[in-house]
Design a protein around this ligand. Sequence first.
Ligand code: NAP
Length: 246
Amino acid sequence: MSVVVAGGSKGIGLELAHGVSEPGENVVIGYGSDDAAAESARVRLEAAGRIVTIVRADTGTQEGVRELIAAAAALAEPIRVLIHSTVRVVTGPLMDLSDEDLAHTLAVNATSLLWLTRAARPNLDRGSAVLYLTSRGVRTYVAGYGTVGPAKSYADGLIRYLAVELAPFGIRVNGLAPSTQDTDALRDVFGDRTDEVIAAAKAKNPSGRLVVPEDYCATARFLISSDASMITGQTLFVYGGADLLG
Ligand SMILES: NC(=O)c1ccc[n+]([C@@H]2O[C@H](COP(=O)([O-])OP(=O)(O)OC[C@H]3O[C@@H](n4cnc5c(N)ncnc54)[C@H](OP(=O)(O)O)[C@@H]3O)[C@@H](O)[C@H]2O)c1
Protein backbone atom coordinates (compact mmCIF):
# COMPACT_ATOMS: atom_id res chain seq x y z
CA MET A 1 0.00 0.00 0.00
CA SER A 2 1.25 3.50 -0.72
CA VAL A 3 0.53 7.12 0.08
CA VAL A 4 0.68 9.65 -2.74
CA VAL A 5 0.87 13.35 -1.94
CA ALA A 6 0.73 15.85 -4.79
CA GLY A 7 2.38 18.92 -3.24
CA GLY A 8 3.98 16.85 -0.49
CA SER A 9 7.44 18.45 -0.58
CA LYS A 10 6.67 21.16 1.97
CA GLY A 11 4.03 22.81 4.12
CA ILE A 12 0.79 21.00 4.87
CA GLY A 13 1.38 18.29 2.24
CA LEU A 14 4.68 17.29 3.84
CA GLU A 15 3.14 17.22 7.34
CA LEU A 16 0.38 14.97 6.00
CA ALA A 17 2.81 12.74 4.08
CA HIS A 18 4.49 12.07 7.41
CA GLY A 19 1.31 12.13 9.49
CA VAL A 20 -0.78 9.62 7.56
CA SER A 21 1.92 7.17 6.44
CA GLU A 22 3.48 4.32 8.41
CA PRO A 23 7.13 3.30 8.78
CA GLY A 24 7.98 0.92 5.94
CA GLU A 25 5.28 2.32 3.67
CA ASN A 26 5.89 3.77 0.21
CA VAL A 27 5.32 7.52 0.03
CA VAL A 28 5.27 9.23 -3.36
CA ILE A 29 5.78 12.98 -3.22
CA GLY A 30 4.97 15.30 -6.12
CA TYR A 31 6.30 18.85 -6.39
CA GLY A 32 6.57 21.66 -8.91
CA SER A 33 9.99 23.28 -8.88
CA ASP A 34 11.76 23.50 -5.52
CA ASP A 35 14.26 20.60 -5.72
CA ALA A 36 15.97 21.51 -2.43
CA ALA A 37 12.69 21.35 -0.50
CA ALA A 38 11.82 18.01 -2.10
CA GLU A 39 15.23 16.56 -1.16
CA SER A 40 14.84 17.78 2.39
CA ALA A 41 11.34 16.24 2.52
CA ARG A 42 12.87 12.96 1.36
CA VAL A 43 15.49 13.13 4.14
CA ARG A 44 12.82 13.82 6.80
CA LEU A 45 10.53 11.02 5.62
CA GLU A 46 13.34 8.48 5.14
CA ALA A 47 14.62 9.26 8.63
CA ALA A 48 11.12 8.33 9.82
CA GLY A 49 11.34 4.99 8.00
CA ARG A 50 9.25 5.75 4.91
CA ILE A 51 10.29 4.54 1.45
CA VAL A 52 10.25 7.73 -0.57
CA THR A 53 9.87 8.51 -4.27
CA ILE A 54 9.97 12.18 -5.29
CA VAL A 55 8.60 13.31 -8.64
CA ARG A 56 9.02 16.78 -10.11
CA ALA A 57 6.00 17.22 -12.39
CA ASP A 58 3.58 20.08 -13.02
CA THR A 59 0.10 19.15 -11.78
CA GLY A 60 -1.19 22.05 -13.83
CA THR A 61 -0.90 19.73 -16.83
CA GLN A 62 -2.40 16.31 -17.47
CA GLU A 63 1.06 15.05 -18.53
CA GLY A 64 2.51 16.09 -15.17
CA VAL A 65 -0.30 14.38 -13.30
CA ARG A 66 0.20 11.19 -15.34
CA GLU A 67 3.95 11.30 -14.59
CA LEU A 68 3.31 11.53 -10.85
CA ILE A 69 0.75 8.72 -10.83
CA ALA A 70 2.94 6.57 -13.10
CA ALA A 71 5.62 6.65 -10.38
CA ALA A 72 3.04 5.40 -7.89
CA ALA A 73 1.69 2.78 -10.31
CA ALA A 74 5.23 1.48 -10.87
CA LEU A 75 5.23 0.36 -7.23
CA ALA A 76 2.56 -2.16 -8.27
CA GLU A 77 0.53 -1.83 -5.11
CA PRO A 78 -2.75 -0.13 -4.22
CA ILE A 79 -2.74 3.55 -3.35
CA ARG A 80 -4.14 3.69 0.19
CA VAL A 81 -4.32 7.49 0.31
CA LEU A 82 -4.14 10.08 -2.46
CA ILE A 83 -3.73 13.66 -1.23
CA HIS A 84 -4.08 16.84 -3.30
CA SER A 85 -2.02 19.58 -1.63
CA THR A 86 -0.65 21.53 -4.60
CA VAL A 87 -1.33 25.22 -4.78
CA ARG A 88 -0.20 28.05 -7.00
CA VAL A 89 -0.97 31.63 -5.99
CA VAL A 90 -0.99 34.58 -8.36
CA THR A 91 -1.86 37.68 -6.35
CA GLY A 92 -3.67 40.75 -7.63
CA PRO A 93 -7.23 41.33 -8.75
CA LEU A 94 -8.92 38.60 -10.78
CA MET A 95 -9.89 41.32 -13.25
CA ASP A 96 -6.19 41.69 -14.16
CA LEU A 97 -5.35 37.97 -14.31
CA SER A 98 -4.04 36.71 -17.66
CA ASP A 99 -5.92 33.86 -19.34
CA GLU A 100 -2.76 31.76 -19.13
CA ASP A 101 -2.45 32.24 -15.36
CA LEU A 102 -6.17 31.66 -14.89
CA ALA A 103 -6.01 28.33 -16.76
CA HIS A 104 -2.84 27.14 -15.00
CA THR A 105 -3.84 28.14 -11.45
CA LEU A 106 -7.28 26.57 -11.89
CA ALA A 107 -5.60 23.37 -13.06
CA VAL A 108 -3.02 23.25 -10.24
CA ASN A 109 -5.49 24.27 -7.54
CA ALA A 110 -8.60 22.34 -8.58
CA THR A 111 -8.93 20.47 -11.88
CA SER A 112 -5.91 18.35 -10.99
CA LEU A 113 -8.04 16.77 -8.24
CA LEU A 114 -10.08 15.15 -11.00
CA TRP A 115 -7.02 14.38 -13.15
CA LEU A 116 -5.19 12.78 -10.22
CA THR A 117 -8.17 10.71 -9.15
CA ARG A 118 -8.83 9.54 -12.70
CA ALA A 119 -5.19 8.63 -13.32
CA ALA A 120 -4.93 6.86 -9.96
CA ARG A 121 -8.24 5.00 -10.32
CA PRO A 122 -6.70 1.66 -11.44
CA ASN A 123 -4.66 1.68 -8.23
CA LEU A 124 -7.45 2.81 -5.91
CA ASP A 125 -9.08 -0.12 -4.13
CA ARG A 126 -12.00 -0.58 -1.74
CA GLY A 127 -10.91 1.35 1.38
CA SER A 128 -8.72 3.84 -0.50
CA ALA A 129 -9.26 7.50 0.32
CA VAL A 130 -8.75 10.76 -1.56
CA LEU A 131 -8.19 13.98 0.41
CA TYR A 132 -8.30 17.50 -0.99
CA LEU A 133 -6.82 20.41 0.97
CA THR A 134 -9.11 23.39 1.17
CA SER A 135 -9.76 26.45 3.32
CA ARG A 136 -12.32 29.05 4.38
CA GLY A 137 -11.50 30.82 1.11
CA VAL A 138 -13.88 28.31 -0.49
CA ARG A 139 -16.81 30.32 0.85
CA THR A 140 -15.53 33.77 1.81
CA TYR A 141 -13.56 36.55 0.11
CA VAL A 142 -9.88 36.68 1.10
CA ALA A 143 -7.86 39.51 -0.46
CA GLY A 144 -5.08 38.16 -2.70
CA TYR A 145 -6.69 34.71 -2.89
CA GLY A 146 -8.62 35.07 -6.16
CA THR A 147 -6.65 32.35 -7.95
CA VAL A 148 -7.22 29.95 -5.06
CA GLY A 149 -10.62 30.58 -3.40
CA PRO A 150 -12.80 30.25 -6.52
CA ALA A 151 -10.75 27.24 -7.64
CA LYS A 152 -11.44 25.63 -4.28
CA SER A 153 -15.15 26.25 -4.80
CA TYR A 154 -14.92 24.25 -8.02
CA ALA A 155 -12.98 21.51 -6.24
CA ASP A 156 -15.65 21.53 -3.52
CA GLY A 157 -18.12 20.44 -6.19
CA LEU A 158 -15.68 17.88 -7.57
CA ILE A 159 -15.39 16.35 -4.09
CA ARG A 160 -19.16 15.75 -3.94
CA TYR A 161 -19.47 14.38 -7.49
CA LEU A 162 -16.41 12.13 -7.23
CA ALA A 163 -17.61 10.93 -3.82
CA VAL A 164 -20.90 9.68 -5.26
CA GLU A 165 -19.32 8.22 -8.41
CA LEU A 166 -16.69 6.30 -6.42
CA ALA A 167 -18.80 5.27 -3.42
CA PRO A 168 -19.98 2.02 -5.07
CA PHE A 169 -16.32 1.00 -5.25
CA GLY A 170 -15.62 1.77 -1.59
CA ILE A 171 -13.36 4.72 -2.50
CA ARG A 172 -14.02 7.86 -0.48
CA VAL A 173 -13.29 11.49 -1.37
CA ASN A 174 -13.23 14.20 1.29
CA GLY A 175 -11.95 17.70 1.90
CA LEU A 176 -9.74 18.78 4.79
CA ALA A 177 -9.39 22.46 5.73
CA PRO A 178 -6.70 23.37 8.26
CA SER A 179 -6.63 26.93 9.51
CA THR A 180 -3.71 29.32 8.96
CA GLN A 181 -0.28 27.66 8.60
CA ASP A 182 2.97 29.52 7.98
CA THR A 183 3.91 28.16 4.56
CA ASP A 184 5.32 29.41 1.26
CA ALA A 185 1.81 29.61 -0.17
CA LEU A 186 0.56 31.68 2.77
CA ARG A 187 3.50 34.05 2.30
CA ASP A 188 2.70 34.26 -1.42
CA VAL A 189 -0.85 35.37 -0.55
CA PHE A 190 -0.08 37.84 2.24
CA GLY A 191 3.51 38.94 1.49
CA ASP A 192 4.86 41.39 4.10
CA ARG A 193 1.61 41.13 6.07
CA THR A 194 2.03 37.39 6.76
CA ASP A 195 3.34 37.68 10.35
CA GLU A 196 0.54 40.11 11.16
CA VAL A 197 -2.04 37.74 9.62
CA ILE A 198 -0.70 34.80 11.66
CA ALA A 199 -0.74 36.86 14.89
CA ALA A 200 -4.32 37.97 14.15
CA ALA A 201 -5.37 34.37 13.45
CA LYS A 202 -4.00 33.37 16.84
CA ALA A 203 -5.61 36.31 18.66
CA LYS A 204 -9.01 35.71 17.05
CA ASN A 205 -9.18 31.93 17.44
CA PRO A 206 -11.93 31.13 19.95
CA SER A 207 -9.92 28.06 20.99
CA GLY A 208 -7.10 30.37 22.10
CA ARG A 209 -4.32 28.98 19.93
CA LEU A 210 -3.23 28.34 16.38
CA VAL A 211 -3.95 25.03 14.67
CA VAL A 212 -0.79 22.88 14.58
CA PRO A 213 0.05 20.04 12.16
CA GLU A 214 -0.93 17.30 14.60
CA ASP A 215 -4.46 18.78 14.73
CA TYR A 216 -5.10 18.28 11.01
CA CYS A 217 -2.97 15.12 10.69
CA ALA A 218 -5.12 13.46 13.36
CA THR A 219 -8.27 14.53 11.48
CA ALA A 220 -6.79 13.18 8.24
CA ARG A 221 -5.99 9.84 9.90
CA PHE A 222 -9.60 9.62 11.03
CA LEU A 223 -10.98 10.58 7.60
CA ILE A 224 -8.93 7.93 5.80
CA SER A 225 -9.59 5.24 8.41
CA SER A 226 -12.28 2.56 8.42
CA ASP A 227 -13.90 4.47 11.33
CA ALA A 228 -14.94 7.00 8.68
CA SER A 229 -16.00 4.41 6.11
CA MET A 230 -19.42 6.06 5.66
CA ILE A 231 -18.07 9.62 5.49
CA THR A 232 -17.58 10.76 1.91
CA GLY A 233 -18.11 13.97 -0.04
CA GLN A 234 -17.60 16.04 3.12
CA THR A 235 -15.14 18.71 4.15
CA LEU A 236 -13.92 18.94 7.73
CA PHE A 237 -12.77 22.35 8.96
CA VAL A 238 -9.95 22.13 11.51
CA TYR A 239 -10.09 25.75 12.66
CA GLY A 240 -10.86 25.55 16.37
CA GLY A 241 -14.03 27.51 15.58
CA ALA A 242 -12.30 30.38 13.76
CA ASP A 243 -14.05 29.53 10.49
CA LEU A 244 -17.36 30.35 12.15
CA LEU A 245 -16.41 33.97 12.85
CA GLY A 246 -16.94 36.80 10.39
N1 NAP B 1 -1.14 27.56 4.50
C1 NAP B 1 -2.37 27.70 4.96
O1 NAP B 1 -2.64 28.52 5.86
C2 NAP B 1 -3.48 26.85 4.39
C3 NAP B 1 -4.68 26.79 5.10
C4 NAP B 1 -5.72 25.99 4.59
C5 NAP B 1 -5.54 25.27 3.43
N2 NAP B 1 -4.35 25.36 2.76
C6 NAP B 1 -4.23 24.56 1.54
O2 NAP B 1 -3.32 23.50 1.79
C7 NAP B 1 -2.69 23.12 0.54
C8 NAP B 1 -1.17 23.18 0.71
O3 NAP B 1 -0.83 24.53 0.97
P1 NAP B 1 0.52 24.95 1.71
O4 NAP B 1 0.24 26.23 2.38
O5 NAP B 1 1.04 23.80 2.47
O6 NAP B 1 1.44 25.24 0.44
P2 NAP B 1 3.04 25.14 0.22
O7 NAP B 1 3.73 24.91 1.51
O8 NAP B 1 3.41 26.32 -0.58
O9 NAP B 1 3.17 23.79 -0.67
C9 NAP B 1 2.64 23.74 -1.95
C10 NAP B 1 3.07 22.45 -2.61
O10 NAP B 1 2.53 22.43 -3.95
C11 NAP B 1 3.60 22.18 -4.88
N3 NAP B 1 3.27 22.80 -6.16
C12 NAP B 1 3.03 24.12 -6.42
N4 NAP B 1 2.79 24.30 -7.74
C13 NAP B 1 2.89 23.07 -8.31
C14 NAP B 1 2.75 22.58 -9.63
N5 NAP B 1 2.46 23.42 -10.66
N6 NAP B 1 2.92 21.26 -9.87
C15 NAP B 1 3.22 20.40 -8.85
N7 NAP B 1 3.35 20.80 -7.57
C16 NAP B 1 3.20 22.12 -7.31
C17 NAP B 1 4.81 22.82 -4.20
O11 NAP B 1 6.02 22.37 -4.78
P3 NAP B 1 7.10 23.47 -5.33
O12 NAP B 1 7.26 24.50 -4.26
O13 NAP B 1 8.30 22.67 -5.64
O14 NAP B 1 6.45 24.04 -6.57
C18 NAP B 1 4.59 22.33 -2.77
O15 NAP B 1 4.96 20.98 -2.65
C19 NAP B 1 -3.25 24.09 -0.50
O16 NAP B 1 -4.37 23.53 -1.11
C20 NAP B 1 -3.65 25.29 0.34
O17 NAP B 1 -4.61 26.11 -0.28
C21 NAP B 1 -3.32 26.12 3.22
